[in-house]
Design a protein around this ligand. Structure first.
Ligand SMILES: C[S@@+](CC[C@H](N)C(=O)[O-])C[C@H]1O[C@@H](n2cnc3c(N)ncnc32)[C@H](O)[C@@H]1O
Length: 238
C-alpha cells in the first residue's frame, strides 16, 4: 500500500542505515512521494524517444521499484511487460499500480530470465552498483535481450564543476563513503560513479552498439546549450 505522505527525516535516516534492499522495503509505502521516484516528465520524454525505435513486443524494467518506469514501458511494448527488483516492499506497492505488468523479485546482478526481451530499461538505480559490478550487470542485461534488442536509460548532463549540484553530489558521495567505512550493512548509493566515459566502452565490450539520443523535451542548459539529458540506447548486435 502506498501513501502520498513524504518520509520524515528520521525515517530517511533509518533507511540509510539499512542495506539497500531493506532500506527500500522500509521506504516503499512513501517512495512515490519522494524525489527518488523518476518524474513523469522524464518518463514521457523517454517514451516519446523510444517510440520510433520499436516495435517492441516484450519489455523489462530493471530495478523497477514501485513501477514508475514499468508504466512507461507498457506504452511502448505491445505484449508483455515485466518489472524486476530485489525489494519485496517496493514490489508490493508496484503490484497495486498496474494490472498488465508481471513483477519478479530478483537481483539485477543475477537476472532469472532467458533471452526473451526486445527492450530493457532502467531508471534511477545505477548509483546502487559499484563500478566493478557494472560489467557483470551489463552482461546480465545483454543475456536477457533477443538479438537486436535494446537496453535504454536516461542520463543527465554532468553538472559544471563548481556549480551547486556539483558540490552537492560530491558532498553526498563523500558522506556515503564515510558511512560505508564505519557502518554495516553498506548502503551503496553514489551519484558520481556512472561516468559515460567509462560506461559506454563497458557496454560496447558487453556486445552493444551504443548511441545517445538527446531528450529535447527536457530542455537545454543555459550555460553551454547542451541538452540537459539524453537517452542512452545500447543495441544488442543481431
Ligand atoms: C531509486 S529506486 C528507483 C525505482 C524506479 N526505477 C524509479 O525510477 O522510480 C532504486 C531501486 O533499485 C532497486 N535495486 C537496487 N539494487 C538492486 C539490485 N541489485 N537488484 C534489484 N533491484 C535493485 C531498489 O530496490 C529500488 O527499488
Amino acid at each position: 500500500m502506498s501513501t502520498n505522505q513524504r518520509p520524515t527525516l528520521r525515517e530517511l535516516a533509518v533507511q540509510a542505515l539499512s542495506s539497500v534492499e531493506h532500506g527500500y522495503d522500509l521506504l516503499a509505502p512513501k517512495f512515490d512521494a519522494t524525489p527518488f521516484r523518476t518524474p513523469e516528465r522524464i518518463l514521457d520524454e523517454v517514451v516519446r524517444t523510444l517510440g520510433p525505435l520499436g516495435p517492441f513486443r516484450a519489455g523489462l524494467d530493471i530495478c523497477c521499484g514501485t513501477g514508475a518506469g514499468t508504466r512507461a514501458l507498457g506504452e511502448v511494448c505491445q505484449e508483455r511487460v515485466v518489472g524486476v527488483d530485489f525489494s519485496a516492499g517496493m514490489l508490493d506497492v508496484a503490484r497495486g499500480t498496474q494490472a498488465k505488468a508481471h513483477w519478479v523479485r530478483a537481483d539485477a546482478r543475477a537476472l532469472p530470465f532467458v533471452a526473451a526481451f526486445d527492450l530493457a530499461v532502467s531508471f534511477g538505480a545505477f548509483g546502487h552498483f559499484l563500478p566493478k559490478e557494472r560489467p557483470g550487470l551489463f552482461a546480465q542485461v545483454h543475456s536477457v535481450l533477443r538479438p537486436g534488442g535494446v537496453f535504454a536509460f536516461p542520463v543527465g548532463a554532468p553538472p559544471h564543476p563548481g556549480s551547486w549540484p556539483y558540490w552537492a553530489m560530491l558532498g553526498f558521495d563523500a558522506a556515503m563513503r564515510v558511512r560505508n567505512t564505519v557502518w554495516w550493512p553498506r548502503f551503496v548509493m553514489y551519484y558520481r560513479t556512472f561516468p559515460l566515459t567509462e560506461v559506454r566502452p563497458e557496454l560496447e565490450r558487453a556486445g552493444f552498439a551504443v548511441e545517445l539520443l538527446p531528450l529535447e523535451g527536457l530542455g537545454r542548459r543555459r550555460r553551454d546549450g547542451r541538452p540537459r539529458a539524453a537517452l542512452l540506447v545500447a543495441r544488442k548486435e543481431a
